[in-house]
Design a protein. Structure first.
Length: 95
């Protein structure tokens, strides 16, 4: 029994080592002015395979999205938001 549980533990750790690292991107989004806009964007992102988290900030006009890079991409995330009626571009970072 001990050998089986050690083997399962090793397999679990090996699986975690190969799990995709989540990617996070912040997008500058135009025309986002109210709570209804947030809901529309949220619904659009729910349809993108691999998106695990989103933070929508109507005050700053930004959407921060965490996703599995093996299942989707920054371009697909931006496209989903843009197709929902809110043009989205990757936010430039200072530097």
């Amino acid at each position: 029994m001990r050998v089986i549980s050690m083997g399962l533990g090793t397999m679990l750790l090996a699986g975690l080592a190969f799990a995709a690292t989540p990617h996070t991107v912040t997008l500058q989004v135009k025309n986002m002015t109210c709570a209804a806009c947030s809901i529309t964007i949220e619904k659009a992102l729910e349809k993108v395979d691999g998106v695990s988290r989103q933070r929508i900030d109507t005050e700053t006009g930004t959407v921060t999205v965490t996703f599995d890079g093996e299942r989707t991409s920054t371009a697909k995330v931006a496209e989903a938001i843009t197709n929902a009626g809110f043009p989205a571009l990757v936010k430039a970072t200072g530097g």
